[in-house]
Write a protein that binds this ligand. Structure first.
Ligand code: URA
Length: 227
């Protein structure tokens, strides 16, 4: 009887587990989240209270990516639970979405801060590019496991990390750009930027932000239709 040879490709060790099946992706996501808990690939992990991993359904058609956790997120261990998160939730509500239809995460998983000149407050500090790059593989693993059809980049850090190049957010807001993996990325402002707008102009800025986000409604509805 002729010997059946095992194809070479099957003999090579696989570098990554097969993650096509939803259940396997959920298991792999839990393992990644646990591994990130101990991340010390940049100095931020040692200073923050904890790693803030993303949240939301594996398989969500839409992913929202911010910059990094803030003070409240750092303390609670969940993304977008502080003032910026509340503004985001208000926007999602006005669009008829809610968090259950989107996966929400950050480009950087630890809070970077400086002490306020007075008092005990901790003030947000923009992460350095090397810190964002150290986190890149965590964000990429979330994208690979959630497999969103589209991603919303909230601000410049998220846009840079998702698209692998600097994006002029004010010029590109409201536009869909293509990631190297072919996924669409909608560019818009970070909600914290809206919180800094002059109060007299805040309503108009919020309405413009809603118009940007509404462009992703199609993907948000795709999830609701599947339920
Ligand atoms: N800003 C972000 O970019 N992410 C958060 O989770 C909170 C504030």
């Amino acid at each position: 009887m002729p010997r059946v040879l095992t194809p070479i490709a099957e003999l090579r060790p696989r570098r990554e587990p097969p993650v096509n099946d939803l259940r396997q992706r959920e298991q792999a996501w839990i393992a990644q989240r646990a591994a990130a808990t101990h991340c010390r690939e940049c100095p931020l992990g040692a200073l923050a209270t904890q790693t803030v991993w993303g949240e939301g359904p594996i398989g969500a058609p839409l992913m929202l990516v911010g910059e990094q956790p803030g003070d409240q997120e750092d303390l609670q261990g969940r993304p977008f639970v502080g003032p910026a998160g509340r503004l985001m939730d208000r926007a999602l509500k006005e669009l008829g979405w809610d968090r259950s239809i989107a996966y929400v995460t950050n480009a950087v998983k630890h809070f970077k801060f400086v002490p306020a000149p007075r008092g005990k407050r901790r003030m947000h500090k923009t992460p350095a590019q090397r810190e964002a790059d150290a986190c890149e593989h965590w964000l990429e693993s979330e994208i690979a496991l959630v497999q969103p059809q589209a991603i919303v980049a909230l601000g410049a850090t998220a846009a840079r990390q998702l698209l692998k190049r600097a994006i002029p957010v004010l010029r590109e807001r409201g536009h869909w750009l293509d990631r190297p993996d072919g996924r669409k990325v909608l560019i818009t402002l970070h909600p914290s930027a809206l919180l800094r707008v002059d109060p007299a102009e805040r309503d108009a800025a919020f309405s413009a932000w809603l118009r940007d986000l509404a462009l992703a409604s199609h993907y948000a509805r795709a999830h609701a239709a599947r339920q």
